[in-house]
Design a protein around this ligand. Structure first.
Ligand code: PLP
Length: 455
């Protein structure tokens, strides 16, 4: 048998032309978003005040398994997809493991992450609806960058509220966004009512995704011709990100490979949800079994230490409530360098699947994550994003377990992006100045006690 190549490519006719909606195969559907005023499920009409109409339809669709990807989006995907699936021969050798390791690399576009997969879809539907522009928040800056690229492509206005700590730590991300025509405001800001309120209550706060979401939503609903778009957490985002998993599955099928373990980092759950969707579908239908592991930072441990409950998606409590694993919408994590994983909640889809025992979760401290990042960079050549490095650490640990037991498991993980804009974090790590903040039980309990009462 010929050796499996380093990169498994797809032919033109193997590229997916439909997204896969894992909700269609879930027996226990994810709980609906609730109106924060009435605590009743949000209707399409209510959601359409905030989101584009076609995206609302996708958000509420729990039944259609496959949804056609519009031609305009397929054309854009062609610029940077299919993304490579790589056999990590060099890492395997370095570890001396009997496991086979593959990673799906989503960092091969200017925005540097998987977020572009959903950004282009959301911009497309906004344009189709005849809107002037969209507002959003960004944490580490990857989503804002992706959305500004997508908006430039469709000639839409793009207004980004960027978490203040990232705005200051990552000035280059801001300039990339401005290059693509977006306007970028550090959050919390004095531009919105909710921003003013948060600043009055927490002067000097470095912000959080939850705060920035509140500001972006307020701006969208108060400006004619604008809607709000979100880069993670929502059902529609997982749907768009299923392109990652569909390509991965096609490539693995082609070489006759079946993963035993699938690993991804989890901030709001979109890359992991996208990567695992087709595999989870088989698992839900009883066709195959896979171990699926979510990796999160110990500083923001939604799955591993949060509660499965209805909560606000934002700090300002203006957004609908989602049922999810949450640390409480008031939770502002320590300034961990994996900005994209600093969100208090988690996708409702993944939360339900985790609750039903269909996947596992694990958390790591940031210095051990950076050790894994460095090992990976030195063996596989790619400089990984801190977020992605959580998945690397998870994969390395599983591979080392195989080394001990001699098992030949096949491990697939999502390498979500590159770390070129995270060199301040790498610098801290190299200079021995990186800290490992882990919230105490009391801290977490205090936020969980403030969860909204919905029953
Ligand atoms: C945003 C981001 C993440 C986390 O977001 P998910 O929605 O959980 O996928 C992970 N990696 C990178 C590179 C990101 O930009």
């Amino acid at each position: 048998m010929s050796k499996i190549p380093y990169k498994i490519y797809l032919e033109e006719n193997e590229i997916p032309t439909q997204w896969y909606n894992v909700r269609a195969d879930m027996k226990n559907k994810p709980a609906p978003l609730l109106n924060p005023g009435t605590l009743q499920p949000m209707t399409a009409e209510e959601l359409e005040g905030v989101f584009c109409a076609d995206l609302v339809a996708q958000e509420l669709d729990n039944d259609t398994p496959y949804i056609d990807i519009p031609q305009e989006i397929l054309d854009f995907y062609k610029m940077y997809r299919p993304s490579p699936l790589v056999r990590a021969y060099c890492l395997e050798k370095k570890l001396g493991t009997s496991a086979k390791i593959y990673y799906k690399f989503e960092g091969n576009n200017t925005s540097g992450s998987h977020k572009l997969n959903s950004a282009i879809a959301q911009a497309y539907y906004a344009k189709k609806q005849g809107l002037k522009g969209v507002t959003t928040e960004t944490g580490a800056g990857q989503w804002g960058t992706a959305l500004s690229m997508a908006c430039a492509y469709f000639d839409l206005d793009c207004k980004v509220y960027m978490v203040k700590v990232s705005y200051e730590q990552k000035p280059f991300r801001r300039e990339v966004m401005r290059t693509y025509g977006a306007s970028v405001t550090p959050s919390p800001s004095m531009e919105t009512e909710v921003g003013k309120k948060i600043l009055a209550e927490h002067p000097g706060t470095t912000g959080s995704l939850g705060c920035a979401i509140s500001e972006a939503v307020e701006k969208a609903v108060s400006t004619e011709g604008y809607r709000y778009v979100l880069g993670s957490v929502l059902n529609q985002v997982l749907l768009h990100q299923s392109i990652i998993g569909l390509e991965t599955k096609t490539a693995l099928d082609k070489i006759g490979e079946k993963p035993d373990i699938i690993i991804g980092c989890a901030g709001g759950g979109s890359n992991l949800g996208g990567l695992v969707s087709p595999f989870m579908g088989e698992k839900l239908r009883g066709e195959s079994d896979y171990r699926i592991i979510a990796i999160e930072p110990s500083s923001c441990p939604s799955f591993t230490r949060g509660k499965f409950a209805y909560d606000f998606c934002d700090t300002g409590m203006v957004c609908p409530l989602a049922k999810m694993y949450t640390l409480g919408s008031g939770f502002i994590p320590a300034p961990n360098h994996a900005g994209g994983l600093r969100y208090h909640g988690m996708s409702s889809i993944l939360s339900q699947l985790y609750h039903d025992g269909l996947m596992e979760a694990r958390s790591y401290k940031q210095t051990e994550v950076f050790e894994a990042a460095e090992l990976f960079a030195r063996s596989e050549g790619i400089l990984p994003a801190p977020e992605s490095s959580h998945a690397i650490k998870g994969a390395i640990d599983e591979a080392l377990k195989c080394k001990e037991s001699g098992e030949e498991k096949t491990i697939v993980f999502g390498l979500t992006g590159t770390g070129y804009f995270d060199m301040v974090a790498y610098e801290k790590f190299h200079d021995g100045e990186m800290t490992d903040y882990v919230p105490t039980d009391e801290e977490i309990r205090a936020y969980l006690e403030k969860l909204p009462k919905t029953e």
